[in-house]
Design a protein around this ligand. Structure first.
Ligand code: NAD
Ligand code: TYD
Length: 354
């Protein structure tokens, strides 16, 4: 038995692969294009682990997908690969349409061609797990109930529109062709290996460098934060027991305003790495708002709890403390990601294979 992961060198994908091997001996084939967001250094602890096969390649490359499926015969595909940053999608939506929409289409078609050729038992057991986001549901008003799986799709950014499109493709491939799919829509993740263009890692690394902490607009936008290993356990639960064709929302029951997140990060740094120049909160700087900025996301995670018994293990307080501590403990990772030097590390670690 083997599973095929896409995007397993990114933030959530690499956490998922590391978490997988804590719970399973089952081999993982990890397909990742190593865009700016992919970093094999995240997987350095797997060096020498013959159950992890890394393949650098593009999910839009149908011939490569066909070859990998024929060669490794996975019992499941877990699809993380995506362009994932809203701000980048505003500046350049093209890459998001290509990877998130065309790439998911290519993967679905390759999966379908592979799946129809399987023996009955393997065919029935096969799963295509699509990893998606709560942002497909749009923006909530302050008194709206959190997003349930039945909420209409109302994506507002090029990123969320491309993810919504991919969710629709996955749904259609189930209804039309019978492909055994499950989809998870998760809230904002945070934790180790988070690329420092996203809110929490950006605030940590900027604060430590004495740089401004840019808060968009009034800082009162709300996100529902989930520690990344809780997302991984949610995906494992749905992969193992989710009902075919169903979607499951995954969230941490942690609605926080951005400014409160930034203040919490500053307070933890004040405690763990005090600055001689005073509290890090002096660096908070309000900047122009993001165009079309969604005001509030929140997840109703009762379905996955009711059907599969999943609940997050971390509270926000335990998760954010671990996260800040991880960045303090891993300055080399941050420095290499920022300088782009981690690309040289690929040759060092994997040589010609990377
Ligand atoms: P990320 O940007 O950190 O990583 C994406 C990975 O995909 C990178 O390793 C990149 O190299 C790879 N990739 C990009 N284009 C590719 C292509 N064409 N072919 C192969 N690989 C390619 O993203 P992330 O934050 O780890 O998100 C992973 C998934 O989870 C995405 O589908 C995202 O939409 C979803 N998600 C993210 C969050 C969050 O808070 N980060 C929340 C909910 C859902
Ligand atoms: P982000 O981490 O980009 O995730 P998403 O846009 O997918 O929710 O941003 C989280 C929130 O933080 C979002 O409301 C935008 C805000 N934000 C800032 O205020 N300043 C920043 O520098 C960044 C990157 C984000």
């Amino acid at each position: 038995m083997t599973i095929l992961i896409t995007g397993g060198a990114g933030f959530i994908g690499s956490n998922f692969v590391l978490d997988w091997f804590k719970h399973s001996d089952e081999p993982v084939v990890n397909l990742d294009a190593l865009t700016y967001a992919g970093n094999l250094e995240n997987l350095a602890s797997l060096k020498g682990n013959t159950r992890h096969t890394f393949v650098q390649g593009d999910i839009c490359d149908r011939a490569l997908l066909d070859q990998l499926l024929a060669q490794h015969k996975p019992r499941a595909i877990v699809h993380f690969a995506a362009e994932s940053h809203v701000d980048r999608s505003i500046h350049g939506p093209g890459a998001f349409m290509r990877t998130n929409v065309e790439g998911t289409f290519a993967l679905l078609e390759a999966a379908r061609a592979y799946w129809v050729g399987l023996e009955a038992e393997a065919k029935a057991a096969f799963r295509f797990h699509h990893v998606s986001t709560d942002e497909v549901y749009g923006s909530l008003k302050p008194t709206d109930p959190p997003f349930a799986e039945t909420n209409p799709y109302e994506p507002n950014s090029p990123y969320s529109a491309s993810k919504a499109a991919s969710d629709h493709l996955v749904r259609a491939w189930h209804h039309t062709y019978g492909l055994p799919v499950v989809t998870t829509n998760c809230s904002n993740n945070y934790g180790p290996y988070h690329f420092p263009e996203k809110l929490i890692p950006l605030m940590i690394v900027n604060a430590l460098a004495g740089k401004p902490l840019p808060v968009y607009g009034d800082g009162q936008q709300i996100r529902d934060w989930l520690y990344v290993t809780d997302h991984c356990s949610g995906i494992r639960a749905v992969l193992a027991g989710g009902r075919l064709g169903e979607t499951y929302n995954i969230g941490g029951w942690n609605e926080k305003a951005n400014i409160d997140i930034v203040r919490t990060v500053c307070a933890l740094l004040d405690e763990l790495r005090p600055s001689s120049e005073g509290s890090y909160s002096r660096l908070i700087t309000y900047v122009a708002d993001r165009p079309g900025h969604d005001r509030r996301y929140a997840i109703d995670a009762r379905k996955i709890e009711r059907e599969l018994g999943w609940r997050p293990a971390e509270t926000f307080e335990t998760g954010i403390r671990k996260t800040v501590q991880w960045y303090l403990d891993n300055p080399e990772w941050v420095a290499r990601v920022q300088s782009g030097a981690y690309r040289e590390w690929l040759d060092t670690q994997y040589g010609a294979k990377a």
